[in-house]
Write a protein that binds this ligand. Structure first.
Ligand code: BGC
Length: 762
């Protein structure tokens, strides 16, 4: 059981288990940045979680419960197809399965399920289900279903349409709108989100069958078809669907009737192409955008390595709303209800580097989202008695501000839901946003972005820190009552990560202000109202940054090193993350030396030139044994650091564990959706870790150290507006400038080089 390698490009499942449907629904989910579709099956099962999410369409269920914050609504389902064969419903929980496979092909984005099924009455059928979400026409989803009776002729009944009875785990986000059949051929359902009033228009058509009985029900419109197929004859059914919403940039201000007619005409165009052509065009886009353009190629004797990178690139592509800068990436992409579609620091720290180096336009769009969210960030700062911009820990629509829920899972001791404090005090997100701007600018040199958005973001985040710092009895400035990256420590003072990064944010603002004074005094004058240079300087000199002890260990926060120690081996060897919560509640965990995820060690990666190799080693030796990797964000950071420290086989095994978070054997780890940040981390392990491409200080550095069994790693990187191909073997580095119009300065293996057309170092 589990997820397997189905070929160089394919993730596969080779047996069906109706109790673990969530895994493949998520890891094999389809999408195109505009929408995401969980790969639920056509026939329905008790444990399934169907899901269609359209980026940016947030709605709040309302009601009085504190846990009901806005989320991406789970829109109507159209994948469902009831198939009755000679009077028996096709279902893999009855009869016998004689052959089964489900495969997602990353090259084409096509999902294919193949089944040979013996019905309880002894009749054999072959069924093949194909499906894609189009990369060419972002509104389109195409399905093809082939049914062949193998024992005798079959009377087939197909029931399918659009079902708006779907909810987000019980929260119905839509009021019912118009339902309509056009020409007995096209079915359309309109649903409107209850609070934000976003209209969804879903339109579908079925071909290969005729004379439908058409029907409507509450929130449902469907057709029933009856047909006869002879033994060994193949019935081919195609179902083409389009999804449009009033949130689409092009439909802004449009009447419902107009949106309905656009949706219908797009469906007419698309369905006239037919499944195969839609799939071909979509595969062509995949090829052009990703696989011919920016592939990461690994020549390793473990085929899982290459597949993991393809898995990562596939999901990084389908999760990113590159079409609209008012939207960002959810912690579960568009592949499930988990984290409600909200955006976290996962974007800047874990996913953004991929886009910066591979698809800088998408990276820019993700950072523009932060700029567009500035009004909410300014309000949040004000609410907390500060100035400048304080970014929400969880973000949704650009005007929503903070959307973190207030209550979480059960507390083993009190029996009550655990209060979630992250939205109030996990404030390092504000420097993470600034770090995102810095990374983007460093790698791209995109001055236009900085002038329009970037400088203001850096100055306003610095203003927040200047107002948030508190003077202590020692005359230094402290940051009290926060949560750092390690969410197992609540309400702590002087979190090393937060304090270092806040200080850095202030320095960066000063540096950029000085730079503008020379390069663009006019812009500097325009930005004057955001600039408090003297204040930043006064503050930055007095920020308390925890220094290392004699043994090199940096206290994670004011109290961490004096907390109780317990034997963590049981939790270090756990099968499922978070098992410590079965024995202790959050308050008890808060009093122990245990970390959920990389914290001080992450700081040592992000600010790598601020720490010596000895400090890195000392902190690794101290913190890693105390870290449970209960956040999916933890393992990739550890892998990269281990590689930096020369622990090569450990680095590789941590990389493998990072890949296994979604692709591994735990059949429940992805139920609520894939782990977007962790997937960004897979790419980081390969390119930033083993490939050694880094942004350090004011330099772009290349210092690769491949795992022993990797013969070659090849990737593409956009640097300062030029595209490079970088090929690394065990004893050579070759860099080709594919733009061939400029040069780039790189630090390679400790020496500075200017790369013109090609540089080869052996
Ligand atoms: C992690 C956070 C992360 C969030 C969303 C939490 O479990 O501790 O660091 O941002 O998940 O991925």
């Amino acid at each position: 059981m589990g997820i397997e390698i189905g070929g160089e490009w394919t993730l596969a499942e080779s047996c069906f288990d109706s109790t673990v449907l969530g895994k493949c629904e998520a890891v094999m989910s389809l999408g195109n940045g505009y929408l995401g579709l969980r790969s639920a099956t056509e026939e329905r099962y008790v444990n399934e979680k169907r899901g269609l999410f359209v980026a940016g369409t947030f709605n709040s269920f309302g009601g009085v419960a504190e846990s009901e914050v806005c989320e991406l609504p789970n829109a109507a389902d159209f994948l469902e197809m009831g198939i009755s064969l000679n009077g028996t419903d096709f279902s893999l929980t009855q009869g016998t399965i004689q052959a089964y496979s489900r495969k997602l092909n990353f090259a084409t984005g096509e999902l294919h399920r193949h089944v040979v099924w013996m019905s309880p009455d002894g009749q054999k059928y072959q069924l093949d289900f194909y499906r894609i979400t189009s990369m060419r026409n972002l509104h389109t989803i195409a399905q093809k279903i082939c049914i062949t009776p193998l024992s005798a002729d079959a009377e087939v009944q197909i029931t399918t349409g659009i079902n708006g009875q779907i909810t987000n785990s019980g929260s119905q986000h839509f009021s019912e709108g118009a339902k309509r059949f056009y020409d007995k051929k096209y079915m359309q359902l309109v649903q409107t989100t209850t609070q934000t009033g976003i209209e969804f228009v879903i339109t579908t058509t079925v071909s290969g069958l005729s004379n439908p009985h058409i029907a409507m029900d509450r929130r449902k419109i469907f057709s029933v078809f009856n047909t006869h197929i002879s033994k060994n004859q193949k019935l081919i059914i195609e179902k083409i669907t389009t999804v449009h919403t009033s949130r689409d940039k092009l439909s802004e201000g449009m009447s419902t009737a107009k949106l309905q007619s656009i949706a219908l005409s797009n469906l007419q165009d698309q369905s006239s192409l037919g499944y195969d052509e839609i799939a071909r065009l979509s595969a062509e886009s995949w090829q052009k955008k990703v696989w011919d353009n920016i592939p990461v190629t690994i020549d390793s004797n473990n085929p899982r390595d290459q597949l993991s990178l393809r898995f990562a690139q596939y999901h990084l592509q389908v999760m990113a709303p590159f079409h609209d800068n008012r939207m960002n990436i959810g912690a579960k992409g568009l592949s499930g209800e988990g984290y409600k579609g909200h955006t976290f620091w996962d974007t800047e720290i874990f996913a953004l580097p991929y886009y910066i180096f591979s698809q800088p336009k998408t990276a820019r769009s993700l950072e523009e989202y932060r700029y567009l969210s500035l009004p909410g960030a300014r309000d949040k700062a004000k609410e907390n008695g500060c100035v400048g911009a304080q970014f929400p820990w969880e973000s949704a629509w650009i005007t929503d501000g903070e959307v973190t829920p207030l209550l979480g899972a059960a507390d083993i001791v009190t029996g009550l839901p655990i209060p979630i404090l992250t939205g109030k005090i996990e404030i390092h997100i504000t420097c993470d946003v600034c770090y995102g701007v810095w990374q983007y600018y460093m790698a791209t040199g995109d001055e236009d972005f900085m002038e329009r958005y970037g400088y203001e973001l850096v100055f306003e985040t610095a203003n927040f820190w200047a107002s948030r710092l508190e003077e202590g009895e020692d005359g230094l400035l402290h940051i009290n009552n926060v949560i750092g990256p390690d969410e197992y420590k609540d309400e702590i003072d002087d979190d090393a990560f937060t304090n270092y990064c806040a200080g850095w944010n202030l320095y960066l603002a000063m540096e950029y202000r000085d730079k503008l004074e020379k390069s663009n005094p006019e812009l500097l004058a325009d930005l004057e109202k955001y600039i408090n240079y003297d204040l930043w300087q006064q503050k930055v000199e007095k920020v308390y940054v925890p220094k290392s002890r004699e043994d090199g260990v940096i206290p994670q926060n004011k109290t961490y090193l004096s907390l109780k120690e317990i034997d963590l081996s049981k939790y270090k060897n756990q099968k499922r993350v978070g098992s410590i919560y079965n024995d202790f509640n959050h308050d008890q965990i808060n009093e122990m030396q245990v970390c959920k995820q990389a914290d001080v060690l992450l700081l040592m990666l992000l600010m790598e030139d601020a720490f010596t190799p000895q400090e890195k080693r000392a902190n690794w030796d101290y913190y890693e044994p105390r870290t449970l990797h209960d956040s999916s964000l933890s393992l990739s950071t550890h892998s990269i650091l281990a590689n930096d420290m020369g622990d090569f086989s450990l680095a590789y095994s941590l990389f493998e564990r990072a890949c296994a978070i979604d692709m591994g054997e735990n059949m429940h780890s992805s139920n609520d959706g894939i782990h977007a940040g962790s997937i960004g981390g897979i790419w980081q392990c390969a390119v930033l870790g083993f490939g050694g491409l880094r942004l350090v200080g004011d330099k772009i550095r290349l210092d690769p150290k491949l795992p022993e069994h990797w013969k070659r790693l090849e990737f593409y990187a956009w640097l300062q507006g030029q595209k490079f191909k970088i090929e690394i073997t065990q004893n050579s580095i070759q860099i080709d400038n594919l733009t061939q119009s400029g040069t780039i300065e790189l630090e390679i293996l400790g020496n500075m080089f200017v790369v013109r057309n090609r540089l080869k170092i052996t």
